[in-house]
Design a protein around this ligand. Sequence first.
Ligand code: C5P
Length: 318
Amino acid sequence: MSANLKYLSLGILVFQTTSLVLTMRYSRTLKEEGPRYLSSTAVVVAELLKIMACILLVYKDSKCSLRALNRVLHDEILNKPMETLKLAIPSGIYTLQNNLLYVALSNLDAATYQVTYQLKILTTALFSVSMLSKKLGVYQWLSLVILMTGVAFVQWPSDSQLDSKELSAGSQFVGLMAVLTACFSSGFAGVYFEKILKETKQSVWIRNIQLGFFGSIFGLMGVYIYDGELVSKNGFFQGYNRLTWIVVVLQALGGLVIAAVIKYADNILKGFATSLSIILSTLISYFWLQDFVPTSPYCSMKDWVGQVQWLLPVILTL
Ligand code: C5P
């Protein structure tokens, strides 16, 4: 049963990661009339959706009794302020990270973003070893080194990139910095959440409600700081369309699936599962969005090696 849940949650995660990165990128680059949606508000809406979904799951676990649900929420959240407060740390970090990823995807193509973001497997492994005393085998360390080599390969500027200024080096740099910072925050927050989940007995959904509670507060602060003026002028939901709602729902779904994966598997496996989605988003990005177009035979070689380098670490680790 638990093994089934492990593979089911990992499978859903691959699907969710692939669709999120493509719709997010598509929604940020689509040329439209009127104002574009504010990513800071999308982060808040996703947190609120996640809380609602988790409350429904706790309600189901309480045998669909409103009274039991009320009691659980009181006993586990309101009456344990110190336990609840522990989640403020990963929540603050995730909020920053969720905003950084929008910056990254507004400045990098979907494929480069995906591959570079896989460095989070390395940071996660380092945090797992130091904070959870996990032991990694030789093959696992080797796969991490291969991963890093692949990422460096993708980031190395090619002749065609040096020639063409229209790729905007400045914006690539901003995107790269955003994604590298997100790698560190992802590793730390994921392992911290795993530690809390596995060392205390509260349910994963309760923990997610606590996480979402702080996430919404931090997110609203972000809206006020970055987009306060725009919101007061054009409203919180300016520029929202059907695609925006799909992004927001996928992001909320991601929070639920990731929590399940951390519970039934662990953060390192989660990292390798999401890296499987690289090849999917690369193929779709190439064939469907025409977003990732190799410009010379050399560049094409380099890009494709970069895209498939994930295979080796995955094979070595499983
Ligand atoms: O890239 P990474 O795996 O670190 O992304 C984790 C994502 O999952 C973040 O967007 C974070 O907000 C979300 N998350 C969540 N609930 C959890 C754990 C992570 O919403 N319990």
